[in-house]
Write a protein that binds this ligand. Structure first.
Ligand SMILES: [Zn+2]
Length: 352
């Protein structure tokens, strides 16, 4: 599903059947209403479903070799909160993360952040026993998350983190107040309105026509290589950010670039990843690695990349030394960029 998700972004077309359009539009209009009208949203909470977190770690249950994120009804949540020694008012800290086609609203609530709980509260491990699951750090659960839950959990964690970090007004220093949906925070003193933010990041797969450039940062898992990535600077266009990042990191000048797709990524802090293919001219292939940004970078042939792409997941420890390198998993947009490049190269080499 991850790949099809990205494809949808890259090659989006309006659905042909009227009924589909109207379901989508109805749903988007309803979500808009929930975000704008506190009373409607409060009402939706009473019939909605809640996904639980603890200090930004989602509650997950193992099912086979995959993690599922179990949602709870409001009535069940109230019962649990009382059992945990917490007030039902805690539900006010929840944030809207979506809704079903049948207008069932979905919320996320963090039981650990800004915990107002006094001495009678249950510890995290006791909550886990009661909830029959575990609060697992998202980075650790990422590659085993049920595909249906990934974007919901990403959105939920991003929103919960943003609210946790924006409790006070940056202008007046007064506490800010969240609306019921959590789509904004307002400072009653200065009237400043704060909306949840994402940081734009460009991720670029550079090609010289026959090879592609992959690099690794020292923070990457051992042996993993990926496309070049970096935050956009203030005032830059997407194109300028791609050209600058490539020049900065590997000392090459981009000849042309093509946008592929985008993805919300929760790490390090709510990023909007915008993926591009870029080419450099034939005389422009000598890499000068910026050691402050990268551990290493190199050109890889179609065969090397296609072989690495066929491998599933990260190499096991016993294979570790034997394998030259491995690539990011399907859930990451870098995987799609590399996959697209392999497809394009393969079809053009078949034509030749
Ligand atoms: Zn203020």
């Amino acid at each position: 599903m991850s790949l099809s998700l990205f494809w949808r972004a890259a090659s989006w077309k309006a659905p042909q059947a009227c009924r589909q359009v109207s379901t989508y539009v109805t749903k988007m209009r309803y979500l808009f209403e929930l975000k704008e009208d506190d009373d409607v949203c409060r009402k939706a909470q009473s019939s909605g479903m809640f996904y639980l977190f603890h200090s930004l770690a989602p509650l997950l249950q193992m099912s086979g070799n995959r993690y599922l994120a179990p949602p709870f009804r409001a009535s069940e949540l109230e019962r649990l909160l009382s059992k945990f020694g917490q007030d039902a008012q805690m539900i006010e800290h929840s944030v809207l993360i979506g809704c079903s086609d049948q207008r069932e609203a979905w919320f996320a609530l963090d039981l650990g952040l800004g915990n107002l709980c006094s001495s009678g509260c249950l510890q995290k491990s006791e909550m886990e026993t009661e909830l029959q699951g575990s609060f697992i750090e998202l980075r650790k659960a990422l590659f085993q998350l049920n595909e249906k839950d990934i974007s919901l959990i990403f959105t939920a964690q991003a929103l919960l983190r943003w609210h946790d970090c924006h409790q006070f007004c940056g202008k007046s220093g007064h506490p800010t107040q969240k609306n019921v949906a959590g789509s904004k925070r307002v400072c009653p003193s200065s009237k400043m309105i704060y909306y949840p933010q994402m940081s734009p990041v460009v991720i670029t797969l550079v090609s010289d026509g026959t090879r592609c450039l992959l690099a690794r940062q020292s923070s990457f898992p051992k042996g993993m290589y990926s496309a070049l990535a970096g935050f956009c600077d203030v005032g830059e266009t997407l194109e300028e950010a791609v050209r600058r990042e490539v020049a900065e990191e590997v000392g090459l000048e981009v000849d042309s670039l093509q946008y592929s797709a985008s993805q919300h990524w929760p790490f390090p802090n709510n990023s909007l990843m915008m993926a591009c293919h870029a080419t450099v001219g034939p005389g422009q292939t000598e890499i000068h690695v910026n050691s402050q940004e990268l551990e290493s970078a190199g050109w890889f042939s179609l065969e090397e990349v296609a072989t690495a792409l066929r491998r599933k997941g990260s190499p096991s420890s016993e294979q570790d030394g034997a394998l030259p390198f491995w690539l990011p998993p399907k859930v990451a947009i870098a995987h799609q960029l590399i996959w697209e490049w392999v497809q394009k190269q393969s079809s053009s080499s078949n034509l030749a």
